[in-house]
Design a protein around this ligand. Sequence first.
Ligand code: NAD
Length: 269
Amino acid sequence: MTEFPQKPILLTGASGNLGRMLAKALATEGFALKLTDIAPFPDPLPAGASFTRVDLNDGVALLRLAEGCGTILHFGGVSVERPFEEVLGPNIRGLYHVYEAARREGARVVFASSNHSIGFHERSETIDADCDFLPDGYYGLSKAYGELMGRMYWHKHGVESVFIRIGSAIPEPVDARMLASWLSFPDLARLIVRTVVTETLGGCRVIWGASANERMTWWGKDGREQLGWAPRDSADGFAGQLAGKVSGDPVTERYMGGAYCAIEYSRKD
Ligand SMILES: NC(=O)c1ccc[n+]([C@@H]2O[C@H](COP(=O)([O-])OP(=O)(O)OC[C@H]3O[C@@H](n4cnc5c(N)ncnc54)[C@H](O)[C@@H]3O)[C@@H](O)[C@H]2O)c1
């Protein structure tokens, strides 16, 4: 049980893979939750939680739902590479609705950004959180846009944000790339608790969303110290079984974004 007095948390994307896990984990910690998604919530509602079905494209409904909330955990939207027109509504317009709600409520935004916002960095590099955005598709581009929108809302309106550039948040790593990119569910849940209970950020913070994967590390400095978060799990123990699980595709293997970089890749040189 977390001791810090809290306003309710709004969690978008609650019916998705990470949303369901976080709803459960945060309810166990005693947080009051307003869950939302365009899809019905598939699990029994956790204690202290309500669920409202809202499309992120509906700004008025989102404003209403965010009333009284102190944090918006924004995990909703298109979560894989899709054509631009499919990404546009949920990930760009929806994001604007989230930030307008945060501005009105004086709430903090915790944005599920992605490694695909920097996917065209080469795996031979180690990059810090202030590296260039190098999105590897329309999805990654929407995440870079989200981080920039958050910065604009801080400088113009004082809305604090945490941008978590999530690597691969799944129960267990399944290929060689995830020896670097894997983020365990418990590490993510602990990080989210820190983003909620840390009193003042004084701006926007970027966090590399990966566990303590020391055998293969692409990502360096970030804002974790201020949040008091350090990952406890690691993909290292999976190296024996996964090190050989590579795609064989040169574009996929060269860049951090992996297979997303290779989607419709048409560069000749
Ligand atoms: N799982 C990962 O490894 C990973 C990696 C990087 C980033 N992320 C980000 O984390 C977030 C959650 O990821 P996930 O794996 O749970 O994805 P997911 O696809 O399981 O969940 C996304 C949820 O958003 C909802 N959604 C889509 N369009 C919507 C709309 N118009 N209005 C309201 N809700 C809508 C979907 O119904 C779904 O439940 C996403 O933003 C994703 O981009 C996840």
